[in-house]
Design a protein around this ligand. Structure first.
Ligand code: CTP
Length: 403
């Protein structure tokens, strides 16, 4: 699965209260969500596509027949863990209850296993009509979460139950009924990923085998937990993560320059990138002959993490990574503790990469050690799962150090 951050799909059906979903979209963005809007054809009579594109900052597809080659209903069904349809009209409720799929939104709903929230809004007579009541019951039974409409004035002079609820009520219902974690909301986290390359000449470089998968998984998971994430990535070939600011670098020096500017404004730094330990002393503008490779003069790269740790504020947290070719656990632990202490890290994850294990793989195995030298043994798990475990620890450190 590709990392995806904190994503939500907002469906909008054709009721006058569609304009209220503009505010809902804004408030969802304040909560750190990247929102894709899927309006029904009828809803465009109330709020146009341009408004949704401008507010969401994303391309809006309004019908089933555009972008057919990308199979948008399946892609959007898979990409979003949450679907909120606001307003949901009586007609859309009836369609969903019948399992119909005759436009983009209904196709997505039918294809998706996401948690689905409906925000019905209609005249009281329509809401209390036995057909609607039955349809709502059917949908609830099938797992849809129905946020009850409010009591109040309708369009015109009517009064009753059927009003689009307050935005704050919708958002608190979303939190209350989903397993969203928002413990990193309000924190700015920098994640480095990939491996730096130090050029020898225009053709060759010194590099390493880091794929960047762990860093990308961490960035996506931190964004999904509400953090503002800046991913600084070196030589990776992974899809961008929605909502994560991404900077591409090549060398350790470029990585260092970006971090020097960004680290003072961050709450945490997760250094999962593999920084090349050495670079050539004299870069050659022209390709050198292979005989010269034997006498290449190297010099050490600056240790970026150690340098940043010196200027670390007490409320900043640094997580380091180490890769060892040591299968003996106690030796692995000793090496990791020594790195943790010598570089003033708050947390380190060390993995045994003997025989090409871990690099490029979806799984990882190793030890997590904190600054009090508490050790957590990590059996072979996915890089996504490790990300969640590390972020649990990071979140409690951030909360503690930020009082
Ligand atoms: N690191 C860094 N700058 C470097 C080298 C490493 O910031 N020039 C960071 C890495 O991003 C990682 C941690 O320091 O978070 C790894 O420390 P390191 O001592 O390099 O461990 P290993 O990668 O295991 O390498 P080695 O054993 O060769 O020292």
């Amino acid at each position: 699965m590709f990392p995806r951050g904190r994503k939500l799909l907002l469906g909008v059906s054709g009721g006058i209260s569609a304009y209220k979903s503009c505010d809902l979209l804004r408030r969802l963005q304040d909560e750190g969500f990247i929102v894709d809007v899927v309006p029904t054809e009828a809803s465009l009579n109330f709020v146009g596509k341009a408004t949704w594109e401008a507010l969401s900052g994303r391309k809006v597809i309004t019908d089933f027949w555009s972008s057919v080659e990308t199979v948008p209903h399946i892609a959007m069904a898979k990409e979003n863990d949450l679907i909120v349809i606001a307003p949901t009209t009586a007609d859309l409720i009836a369609k969903l209850a019948a399992g119909r799929a005759d436009d983009l939104l209904t196709n997505i709903v039918l294809a998706s296993t996401a948690t689905k929230f409906l925000v019905p809004a209609m005249h009281p007579e329509m809401w209390s009509n036995p057909a609607t009541v039955d349809n709502v019951e059917t949908l609830k039974r099938r797992g849809f979460i129905v946020i009850e409409p409010d009591l109040g004035r309708m369009t015109g002079s009517d009064y009753g139950v059927g009003r689009y609820p307050e935005t704050s009520k919708i958002i608190s219902e979303i939190y209350a009924n989903s397993n969203l974690i928002s413990d990193l909301k309000g924190f700015k986290i920098i994640v480095t990923a990939g491996g730096t390359r130090e050029p020898i000449d225009p053709v060759r470089f010194i590099g390493n085998r880091s794929s960047g998968k762990q860093g990308f998984a961490l960035a996506a998971a931190a964004a999904a937990r509400g953090a503002q994430v800046h991913l600084i990535t070196a030589n990776t070939n992974l899809p961008v993560i929605d909502g994560v600011t991404t900077t591409n670098v090549e060398t350790a020096q470029q990585m260092s320059k970006v971090l020097e500017v960004e680290f003072p404004h961050a709450d945490a730094l997760i250094m999962s990138a593999a920084i090349a330990d050495a670079k050539v002393k004299n870069y050659r503008e022209n390709k050198i002959s292979k005989d010269m490779l034997e006498t290449l003069e190297l010099e050490s790269n600056q240790d970026i993490l150690a340098m940043l740790a010196k200027s670390k504020r007490t409320n900043q947290v640094i997580v380091g990574f180490a890769a060892e070719t040591v299968s003996d656990l106690s030796k692995l632990e000793l090496n990791a503790v020594s790195k943790l202490n010598s570089k003033s890290m708050d947390l380190i994850y060390v993995n045994d990469v003997s025989n090409g294990a871990v690099f490029g793989s979806d799984n990882t195995k190793g030890l997590i050690i904190d600054e009090s030298e508490n050790v957590t043994k990590v059996p072979e798990i996915s890089k996504e799962t490790l990300s969640e475990i590390l972020l649990d620890k990071l979140a409690s450190k951030l909360v503690l150090s930020n009082g």
